[in-house]
Design a protein around this ligand. Structure first.
Ligand code: GTP
Ligand code: MG
Length: 370
């Protein structure tokens, strides 16, 4: 798709003055307009409500015409076509890929929650590397936007993981754009202004680590709960719209509420309650096992059965545990043996059936004879 189709001046009624006003508010192209929506556009530009409605509608129509986004009314076939574009990022492990049905998907939010040290940030680092692998090797062949709210992004760790996967560490580092968020408003702003970067840098994975930490620290006390949830809700909706509009995968981490005075009492519940839960397509709960062992459990997935899997933290970031690999090997040996036995049995019975088999093969050949 040409870049011009995304230009703001393409829209009827958007002259140089409006264009500048939009750009000054961080809206650079038609995708940005659609992602923000008319209400937010009114808030950030102070333009009249009906003008915002009109501009966003025109932008949506234009993008739908070019096929960049789905129309307001789409046929089942169109939705099917769109879903066929869903990409998957391998986790680099058999165990977690199995749990996730192949990997972390685009056009969806995958939420990982768990206590401190459960491996959420390690999982994010691993995905930063894996997303950049070519499609044939389980990646998206795309860049990564890492929204780091806790200052825990470690380039050294990326280098180790990339090397362990035999990838060029320098190239992998180059493919990651890190945005450090200093407070919750800044965190929302980064995402609001991310459209341009996502397009220009061909971003296929957005990481939000941690999603709730800053909100939790800034909004203390029950009196502020409603405004916290409202702002958090807006951030999550933005993540969700971006995932769909740009065909990106979103990986959002979240802590669990552990202190007795926290807003949500259950220590195994994610912070933010249902605000995130409703928006995320996949929720995974990480908990600690012994030493470097961790357990991942799928919660409320639309099409994965609830199940658990053990994995490890190590050189490759997240990796299969030795037990799991031994089990896999045992199973493949068992399969190979069963196959061998079946072949032996077939060849033992061979001479009797041989003639028939040849006849069937000849007769069944569609190109054979007239
Ligand atoms: P919070 O952000 O505090 O909620 O925790 P988290 O879930 O993000 O935990 P994180 O992913 O940071 O996991 C920390 C654990 O990862 C440590 O306890 C280590 O066991 C492991 N880890 C971190 N760095 C390395 C590393 O370089 N090599 C190995 N083998 N393990 C590491
Ligand atoms: Mg972390």
């Amino acid at each position: 798709m040409s870049a011009e189709t995304f230009d703001l001046s393409d829209l009827e009624g958007v002259g140089p003055v409006t264009k500048k006003r939009l750009q000054d508010s961080g809206v650079h192209n038609l995708m940005d307009l659609v992602v923000r929506g008319p209400v937010e556009l009114g808030d950030i530009t102070s333009m009249a409500d009906d003008t915002c409605e009109k501009i966003v509608t025109l932008a949506r129509r234009r993008l739908a015409e070019t096929g960049a986004i789905t129309k307001d009314f789409a046929s089942g076939t169109e939705i099917y076509e769109r879903r066929k574009r869903i990409g998957k990022i391998t986790t680099g492990t058999e165990s977690l890929d199995g749990l996730l049905g192949g990997g972390v998907e685009t056009q969806a939010i995958t939420e990982v929650y768990g206590e401190f040290g459960s491996g959420k940030t390690q999982f994010c680092h691993t995905l930063c590397v894996m997303a950049q692998r070519p499609k044939e090797e389980g990646g998206l062949g795309a860049g990564v936007l890492y929204i780091d709210t806790e200052g825990t992004f470690r380039p050294e760790r990326i280098v180790t993981i990339a090397k362990a996967h035999r990838m060029d560490p320098a190239a992998v580092l180059d493919g990651i754009i890190v945005a450090r968020a200093y407070n919750s408003s800044h965190q929302v702003l980064i995402l609001e202004e991310a459209g341009k970067t996502i397009k220009e840098e061909n971003v296929g994975l957005i990481i939000s680590d941690s999603t709730t930490g800053l909100f939790r620290a800034e909004y203390l006390g029950r009196g502020t709960l409603a405004s916290r949830q409202q702002k958090l809700g807006r951030y999550i909706r933005l993540l969700s719209r971006i995932a769909e509009t740009y065909n990106c995968a979103v990986l959002a981490t979240n802590q669990v509420s552990s202190s007795p005075d926290s807003f949500f009492g259950d220590p195994t519940r994610p912070v933010g309650g249902n605000v995130i839960g409703h928006a995320s397509t996949y929720r995974i709960y990480f908990r600690k096992g012994s030493k470097s062992k961790r357990i991942a459990k799928i919660i409320d997935s639309p099409h994965h059965p609830n199940s658990e899997q053990v994995f490890e933290l190590g050189e490759r970031g997240v990796q299969d545990s030795e037990e799991y690999l031994k089990q896999l090997e045992k199973e493949s040996r068992k399969k190979a043996k069963a196959k061998e036995q079946a072949e032996d049995a077939a060849s033992a019975a061979g001479p009797e059936d041989g003639g028939d088999a040849a006849t069937v093969e000849d007769g069944g050949n569609p190109q054979g004879g007239e």
